[in-house]
Design a protein around this ligand. Structure first.
Ligand SMILES: C[S@@+](CC[C@H](N)C(=O)[O-])C[C@H]1O[C@@H](n2cnc3c(N)ncnc32)[C@H](O)[C@@H]1O
Length: 251
């Protein structure tokens, strides 16, 4: 591991807005903030929004700046990316933003029933071949339901036509209330958090001329079925390497 990453990790251990809990301790002893994030961490009873696979946490910090009446937690497994958002929030006293370093698959160990009111999923890997790893699949929606009420909202911002259409079909098939959807966000002439806040990956996709898609829907509570995807075209541009390979390490 590079010196720079080691330095970031040492600093992150001391950052009061970063929470890390080793998997073995989490699973054997539980997590003390579960059900108590507002009382014991934020010290303010406000609805909590998560950003899953937050990377550098642009939405976590950006939305926190715009909505002082909510608390925000960015979740990612990669600490070096998260450091950027955590440092921004600390340096600029954005006190309603925090970061949790863990696997998304473990979220119900960190949050209690109905503790979360909204989730943002920003530019995830569409996982075109592995439905169980897709962050808007029935597997994950069922996991989110363990920590959100049926009125809870999922927001997906993506470059991927495949993931956008898959998620649209999943919501439609399961009668989940779609609040908003657009297959070309920047063509709509809007000027709000959706267009003002751009993530690191989003900027890469925009620079390659990709259109950005957005869909939001309520999570509901009826039994879920996977949509049919046999006729769904796979994104044809993902095989091309885009970034510095160092960005892809699991740390
Ligand atoms: C394609 S990047 C997008 C990052 C950021 N949202 C953006 O738009 O710039 C996906 C991110 O999700 C994280 N990630 C993927 N699967 C994860 C998982 N199962 N648990 C935690 N983080 C995950 C990766 O570490 C990575 O930072």
């Amino acid at each position: 591991m590079g010196k720079n990453k080691l330095k970031k990790f040492a600093e992150m251990e001391r950052m009061e807005n970063v929470v890390q809990c080793p998997r073995d301790i989490l699973l054997s002893e539980g997590f003390p903030l579960k059900g108590h994030w507002n009382d014991n961490f934020f010290h303010a009873p406000r609805p909590i929004t998560l950003e899953l696979g937050c990377g550098k946490g642009e939405y976590t910090v950006g939305l926190a700046r715009q909505a002082a009446d909510k608390n925000f937690i960015g979740i990612d497994i990669k600490g070096a990316r998260m450091y950027t958002g955590a440092k921004d929030a600390l340096d600029n006293k954005v006190e309603n933003a925090a970061f949790l370093r863990t696997e998304i698959e473990l979220i119900d160990n960190f949050f209690d029933k109905d503790e979360i009111s909204e989730i943002w999923i920003t530019f995830p890997d569409p996982q075109m071949r592995k439905v169980n790893k897709r962050l808007t699949s029935t597997r994950f929606i069922n996991a989110y339901r363990k920590i959100m009420p049926p009125s809870g909202i999922i927001n997906l911002k993506t470059d991927s036509p495949f993931l956008f259409e898959y998620t649209r079909r999943l919501a439609t098939l399961n009668n989940l209330e779609i609040i908003e959807q657009t297959s070309d966000l920047y063509a709509d002439g809007r000027d709000d958090a959706l267009t003002q806040i751009k993530t690191f990956y989003e900027l890469q996709w925009l620079s390659r001329g990709k259109t950005i898609k957005y869909i939001s829907f309520r999570i509901g509570d009826n039994p879920l079925q996977e949509p049919d995807t046999e006729d769904l075209e796979k994104d044809d541009y993902r095989a091309v390497p885009r970034f510095n390979p160092a960005e892809h390490s699991m740390i």
